[in-house]
Ligand binder design. Structure first.
Ligand SMILES: [Zn+2]
Length: 92
C-alpha cells in the first residue's frame, strides 16, 4: 500500500504536477475553484517550496492590483488618446 504522504513527491514527477498546479493558481487566488481542487493545491503547497513561494508572491500581486485606484489622466495623455481615437476613426 502506498500512503498518501509518499505519493507524487518525487522531484521529477512533481515538476509536472507543478505546471498543473500553476495553471490552476490564478483561479485559486480568486477563490473560484471547486473545493477538491483547492485541497489538491494546498496539499501540493505544503510539499513544494517552489509553488509555495510562487503563490505567495502571486497573492501579494493580486492584492496590490486590487488596491490600485485608477489615477486621473494627465492633460497630455488625454489629448494623446483623443488624437489616437480620432485617427483610428478616420477612414483610411
Ligand atoms: Zn510545485
Amino acid at each position: 500500500m502506498v500512503s498518501p504522504a509518499s505519493h507524487g513527491l518525487h522531484p521529477d514527477r512533481s515538476k509536472r504536477h507543478c505546471l498543473k498546479i500553476l495553471r490552476a493558481l490564478s483561479t485559486y487566488i480568486d477563490g473560484e475553484l471547486p473545493a477538491t481542487v483547492c485541497k489538491e493545491i494546498r496539499m501540493h503547497m505544503g510539499a513544494c517550496p517552489h509553488c509555495e513561494s510562487f503563490v505567495e508572491s502571486l497573492r501579494q500581486t493580486v492584492v496590490l492590483c486590487r488596491q490600485l485606484k485608477p489615477r486621473p489622466l494627465s492633460e497630455t495623455l488625454k489629448s494623446r488618446i483623443r488624437q489616437f481615437v480620432l485617427a483610428a476613426r478616420r477612414p483610411s
